[in-house]
Design a binder for this molecule. Structure first.
Ligand SMILES: Cc1ncc(COP(=O)(O)O)c(C=O)c1O
Length: 408
């Protein structure tokens, strides 16, 4: 007889032994005190500062967004009560889709429970309905993209991360008459690199491929109105499908794609992960739309965030703390050892009230374990200076400890 519990337990034990087991901290958010939060330590409630939230602009605690959510919540109730096709579409859903489409300069947009589901469903649906289509995917693409491509059952080729030359070699090697789609992200969530979007589009046009970009970590933060890297690079009209989230810089929940009316109608009509699931609550849609409207005109918040990121990097350099250099707002401090990464993060929290989540395999490849530092528009320079001071101290303690353990 199969001992199912034992099979599962062995899998868990393997993760624990490789230091890749995930521990969750209860980060009890405070709308009043963000980026501070509260957590329990040995029966006591403690306060700490969050340096790894993707609520980049602090929109989840914005008074106007909260008021909008609360107002529509009392008007419409908590849940939508249905799939989009069966009583789950409201004015708030339609209005949000129109706002998103206009933001990305596309004809239409489609809402999903999250950007993960949007990637999974869109890629899988396109692949399943164009059997000949070959996916050409960046090696660092997010799990939702990998799963979507895998689930389609279509052929795929992987190009080296942001490597235009390799991408062209692959495009050249594929049959010219076969349909193709290049799938990539604009800001890569873990190493913070930014894709050469213009070059990728140029190759897509040359080899007649569709383009699909995940702007999840760029939405709200780049471009005149915060629509992302494609807006910043003036490429919104050139890209075929844009994926984004309402859960990070927008501060609410949900995901979407924006594209031509025909592509959106196609996914709306055939996408299993769109059709057979309850739609987002109306109040969340209204709050997300409010947040986008604010983001579009509040350039000062993203400017402030980018300014604080630069400040953080100057301080890290001054302290000789090595981070992966990039042009985005994500600052990964490379530790390159899963166990050490966790020890440093634990010490930062327990001794200094600083929360930075260690990022380990499989989120990053083995050897690239890091502390992914995020400063939001709400962090002050004093808080950042304190973080660097604390980090320096913990890193020093760790290296002294390591040296003491080395044989003489
Ligand atoms: C690159 C990327 N795409 C998609 C997602 C999924 O977005 P969501 O949280 O809205 O499902 C994430 C992380 O959450 C991400 O990092």
């Amino acid at each position: 007889m199969n001992d199912y519990q034992n099979i599962f337990q062995r899998k868990i034990t393997a993760l624990q032994q490789s230091n890749n087991y995930r521990y969750f901290l209860n980060v009890n958010k405070s709308a009043r005190h963000f980026p501070f939060f509260y957590f329990d330590q040995q029966g006591e409630t403690k306060r700490a500062i969050n340096f790894c939230s993707n609520d980049y602009l602090g929109m989840s605690v914005d008074e106007e967004v909260i008021s909008k959510l609360s107002f529509v919540l009392h008007q419409s109730g908590t849940g939508s009560g249905g799939t989009r096709n069966i009583s789950g579409t409201t004015n708030h859903h339609q209005s949000l889709e129109q706002t998103i489409a206009a933001w990305h300069q596309k004809e239409s947009a489609l809402l999903f429970g999250g950007a993960y589901l949007a990637n999974l469903t869109s890629l899988q649906t396109i692949g399943r309905h164009i059997k000949e289509l070959i996916f050409i995917s960046d090696e660092r693409n997010h799990a939702s993209i990998i799963e979507g491509i895998r689930n389609s059952g279509n052929s795929k080729v992987i190009f080296r991360h942001n490597d235009i030359q390799h991408l062209e070699e692959l495009l050249q090697s594929l049959p010219a008459d076969k349909p193709k789609m290049i799938v990539f992200e604009s800001v890569y969530s873990m190493n913070g690199s930014i894709a050469p979007v213009k070059e990728i589009i140029r190759l897509a046009k040359k080899y007649n491929a569709l383009t699909y970009i995940d702007e999840v970590h760029a939405v709200g933060l780049y471009g005149e109105t915060g629509a992302g890297i494609c807006e910043q690079e003036n490429l919104l009209q050139e890209i075929d499908i844009i994926n984004g989230t309402l859960a990070k810089a927008v501060g609410v929940i949900g995901g979407y794609i924006a594209a031509s009316q025909t592509i959106i109608d196609f996914i709306r009509s055939y996408g299993s992960g769109f059709i057979f699931t309850t739609s987002l609550p109306p109040a969340n849609c209204a709050a997300a739309e409010k947040s986008i409207n604010l983001i579009q005109v509040q350039q000062q918040h993203r400017a402030r965030m980018h300014g604080t990121v630069n400040y953080l990097r100057r301080l890290l350099e001054a302290e000789a703390i090595h981070f992966i250099s990039n042009d985005s707002h994500i600052t990964p401090v490379l530790i390159a050892d899963a166990a050490k990464c966790k020890i440093i993060a634990d010490k930062l929290l327990e001794q200094h009230g600083v929360y930075v989540q260690p990022v380990n395999y499989p989120t990053v490849p083995v050897g690239e374990e890091c502390l992914r530092i995020i400063v939001t528009a709400r962090h002050t320079r004093e808080q950042v200076a304190q973080l660097v001071k604390n980090l320096k101290q913990v890193l020093l303690e760790e290296s002294t400890h390591h040296m003491q353990k080395q044989p003489a």
